[in-house]
Every structure is written in structure tokens, then in C-alpha cells.
Design a protein around this ligand. Sequence first.
Ligand SMILES: Nc1nc2c(ncn2[C@@H]2O[C@H](COP(=O)(O)OP(=O)(O)O)[C@@H](O)[C@H]2O)c(=O)[nH]1
Ligand SMILES: [Mg+2]
Length: 354
Amino acid sequence: MIKIGLVGMPKSGKTTIFNAITKSNAEVSDYYTGNIKPNIAMVNVIDERVDYLNQIFNRPKTVYATIEYFDFVGIKKDEAKNEIFSDLHLGLLRTVDAFGFVIRGFNLSGIPPKPENEIENIKTEFILSDLTICEKKISSINKQLKQGLKASELETEKRLIEKCYNCLSNGQMLQTLDLNHNELRLLRGYQFLTLKSAFIILNVSEEKFGQNNDLIKSISEKYEVVEIPGKFEMELNQLDEEDTKQFMQEFNIKESAVKKLTRISYKNLGLISFFTIGNEEVRAWSLPEGSTALDAAGTVHTDFAKGFIRAERYSFEDFKKYGSEKELKTAGKFFLEGKEYLVKDGDIIYIRHN
Ligand SMILES: Nc1nc2c(ncn2[C@@H]2O[C@H](COP(=O)(O)OP(=O)(O)O)[C@@H](O)[C@H]2O)c(=O)[nH]1
Ligand SMILES: [Mg+2]
């Protein structure tokens, strides 16, 4: 399950955006509540291909891939330390896969937005938090080295952490480092915030929607960005489909917030979808690009990965063209793949296992 954390300055509209995309009615407040329990919502990844498949296969259920969104409610910032996030907050943030930085693009009680400052502030706090982790680790490795423990492994790890430390000290996120597979594996346990991908959600008023192109262009030099009229879309949730359509047309909003966020999350995390046709359900799953048939098997069920024999596979496009598995086989478009096969977006997969 993919987890996206909505983060940002107080009152940038995190809870508003959360409500807009989840149709839930989490409290939108002007005050910190001191409560650190996050709002969590599971949102379906709408994919017309799954619907199409189940029109043909006619199984009792259609199951979409899901994304989990976290809105960290009323986290008290530490006024004394002048920080946006408390340590507790940062700890929770380490558990998500990617961040949506919610940036205020509307006037708040007459205070004009400062989007670029907000982005910089969040980035700085993430960098400082990661730096602290590096410092602690380096000092603990030094202690171990003095005691003569597994020197060569420790030296390798220390060099890597020092590389991270230098990057962060220069004000750069770890994302910008060119890390190889092994290094990334070594760093996984640290849950560095700046190693996770982040995109920008520019929260604007409906009147200003579509008029922020210069700002968006400048942000997009560093981040993927979507522009969302958060409050307006939250309010649309109260209306029926017909009225929603009409209002969206009026303000020239071509894509709903939830669709935009799904699209940017997939792009940002480099995700693809594959499908399974079971007896009970036609189902979509998401996987990072570059995953193997064995990864796909493990996503569906750990037992499928353990007992993996082979994957039977065809593409959604071919299925649409040929219409049935029988026709696909005749056309040579039905494939048997081993563990190492790299799954493609739109693959329909059946895992043979024992
Ligand atoms: N005008 C305007 N106000 C907004 C918008 N989004 C949020 N707000 C208001 O800003 C305040 C803070 O929003 P909230 O979602 O609670 O922010 P959070 O602290 O980041 O969760 C609330 O009074 C919202 O109604 C917007 O797009 N336009
Ligand atoms: Mg909130």
C-alpha cells in the first residue's frame, strides 16, 4: 500500500485538501488541537482498464489499487525552537513513501501567500532532521570502531553516511545524490525524509485557479507540482455529480483533486499497475517500475512468491485487440515468464505457484 503524507505549514490547507480528496469530513480548524493522531484515508486509484476488464470477465467484484493519505492533525509546533514539526511529527513522517507539500496559495486573513518560502521552510526542516540522524550515526559508528568491531563494513557505512552528511550540509536533499542500488539498500533503515520523493500541492482559491503559471513554472524546475483549489473542491463534495460538473466547468477545472494527486503520486514514485483476474475479483495492483514477476507475485500473496513457478502474462492493449485468452494464444501474445521478468504497466498476470 502506498502512503502519502500531506505536510506543510500550519493553515496551508492540509486538512482541507485531505477532505477534498477523501470526501470525509475531518475537522478543519483554525487552531492546533495538540492531537497527533493523523487523519488517514484510503483512496481508490480509478483506472478505466480495471472496469473494462471486469465488463468482459464479469467477476463479482472490481478492486482498485489504493493510496493511503495521511493528514497529520494539529501537530503543535515547537514555538520555542521555532520549528514547524515536532520530533514526534517527524517520526510519523518517516513511515510514509512520499510527501505532498501543501503550500498556501491563497490570502489568509489578508496575509498574502509566500509559496516559495514555505517550500524552502519545509525542505530546511527535513534537511536538519536528516542531519541529526547522520550525526548520531557517525558518532555511534566511531564508538564501535574504537571497540574494534567489524571494521570494514562499518567503514563502508560511515563513508556513505558522511556522503549524506555533506550533501545535507550543503543544503541539498538526499534525493539529489546519485546513489547506487546497494547504497540505497543500506540507507533504507534510516528512513531519511529527504530521500523520499516529494511533490508540491499548490492550494489556491478558485478565482485564482489557472492563473499561477509563472509560479508553477518556477516550482516545476525542482518539483512536480499540481494546482488545486482545495476549499472549493471540498465544498463540491456536498453537491451532486451534475452540479459538481457545472461548477468545475465554470472555473475551468478539468481534473478533480483526487485524480491529480493519483497521477502525480504514480509519476513521483515511478509506479505502474498490473491486473489479476481471480474467481472472485478483477483487481488492480501497483508496483514500482522495474519490479519483477516475483515482486508482483509477492504483492498479491507472500505464498505466491515462495512457491513461484511462472507467470502467465498478456498486455491490456493486446487483450483489448484480441478479446480473449484463446485468441491471444493463437496470435502468440500470451507469454510465460520467469521470476526475473520485468513487469510492464498494464500487464495482466496469472501466477502459477505450488
Ligand atoms: N480562501 C481559502 N481558504 C482556504 C483554502 N484552503 C484552506 N483554507 C482555509 O485555511 C484555514 C486552514 O485550513 P486547514 O485545512 O485547516 O489547514 P491545515 O492547518 O494545513 O490543516 C481554514 O480556515 C480553511 O478554511 C483555500 O483554498 N482558499
Ligand atoms: Mg489540519
